[in-house]
Ligand binder design. Structure first.
Ligand SMILES: [Fe+2]
Ligand SMILES: [Fe+2]
Length: 212
């Protein structure tokens, strides 16, 4: 069982890691994404097992590589609907640069080299890799993608990618079962999407009332 929150030293380390990641994550505005994904990672660890000393740092640092791209390039690779060769190329850069930054951050904090190796190998293919090589990799990938159907993630992505919420909902609902490795993540995303459907309905009714 995970001993998160019970080990003050570990909690302190996690806080420190968020501070270290912040300047990188703020470039694309990925702090909310990272916090939400980290919360999901804690649930996944609790339900599925797995080493939090690999999963938590990997989740916190997985997107720091976006900081190495310029903002115009970033918008091309943005979001769940980004496609094409250029989006793929930029996506690979954020993975490789992210792994390199994560390695430097963790080394500077004297983190265990064997764990650093695992963490950076997850980050290196966290988006492009289709298969997983070990359990923690699946947990990180699932925690990352649970953002899409989360309350904050869904509405933030709809806004920043200028998507119709109903269209985004339909896309996620049709596809979400394909991209998770754990049954816990499938269940969580399914529950989240039910909530999003209710919110979309409530918003629509709100709009109707206003136009009367
Ligand atoms: Fe990413
Ligand atoms: Fe991410």
């Amino acid at each position: 069982m995970s001993h998160q929150n019970k080990d003050p030293e570990w909690s302190g380390f996690i806080r420190r890691l968020f501070q270290e990641a912040e300047p990188y994550l703020s470039v694309r505005g990925d702090m909310a994404h990272t916090r939400v994904s980290h919360d999901y990672a804690l649930i996944l660890i609790r339900q599925e097992g797995g080493n939090e000393r690999i999963v938590e740092p990997a989740v916190i640092l997985h997107d720091v590589g976006w900081s190495r791209l310029d903002p115009q390039e970033i918008s091309l690779a943005f979001g769940v609907l980004a496609e094409g060769e250029e989006a793929d190329r930029l996506n690979r850069i954020h993975e490789l640069e992210g792994a390199s930054i994560a390695g430097q951050v963790l080394q500077a904090l004297d983190y265990d080299p064997l764990l650093i190796e695992k963490i950076t190998s997850i980050i290196r293919t966290h988006d492009s890799g289709l298969d997983i090589r070990f359990q923690e990799e699946g947990l990180v990938k699932d925690a990352d993608k649970l953002w899409r159907s989360s309350k904050i993630g869904f509405w933030e992505e709809a806004e920043r990618q200028d998507l119709d919420p109903k269209e985004l909902y339909r896309f996620l609902n049709a596809r979400y079962k394909e991209w998770f490795f754990t049954s816990t993540a499938v269940t969580l995303a399914g529950e989240d999407l039910e909530e999003r459907a209710k919110e979309i309905d409530a918003n629509r009714q709100g709009v109707k009332l206003k136009t009367k």
